[in-house]
Design a protein. Structure first.
Length: 135
């Protein structure tokens, strides 16, 4: 059976964008669950679980206007690449600290804050990239 003539998945760029968005969302959710389990295992304090969520949300709230301005002024693909590299660095720090048994409550909060800041830029750039692809 052939593809419908107006299928959005005919466009290679849109398929790549869709795949990147889905992959990024899945990875972020997996990391959020893992960090939640790790912080609870480390501290056994439900309040710290809430602080992890807050540490992820606060950067997005604080940086929404800055991220929008940067997405409007600079190449969105570069912003996405840089944001994903920062997210990977934050995840890498958590991985190495865990493997070295050096993970602390404060390190988790700092890494989650940095990842949240990078996600603020990534999500803004992703949202504004779609109209540029579907012209």
């Amino acid at each position: 059976m052939s593809e419908p003539p107006f299928s959005v998945l005919r466009h290679r760029s849109l398929r790549h964008l869709w795949l990147a968005r889905v992959s990024s969302a899945v990875a972020f959710q997996m990391q959020a669950v893992a960090v939640g389990w790790q912080i609870y295992d480390l501290t056994a304090n439900p309040f710290d679980l809430g602080l992890v969520g807050l540490a992820q949300f606060v950067p997005a709230f604080l940086l929404v206007l800055v991220a929008g301005q940067i997405a409007d002024r600079y190449d969105r693909r570069t912003i996405l690449r840089m944001a994903q590299m920062v997210e990977a660095a934050g995840a890498g720090i958590l991985i190495f600290a865990t493997l070295a048994s050096a993970v602390t409550r404060e390190l988790i909060f700092a890494a989650v804050f940095v990842v949240g800041a990078a996600r603020a830029f990534e999500s803004t750039a992703l949202q504004t990239l779609l109209p540029a692809i579907v012209q």
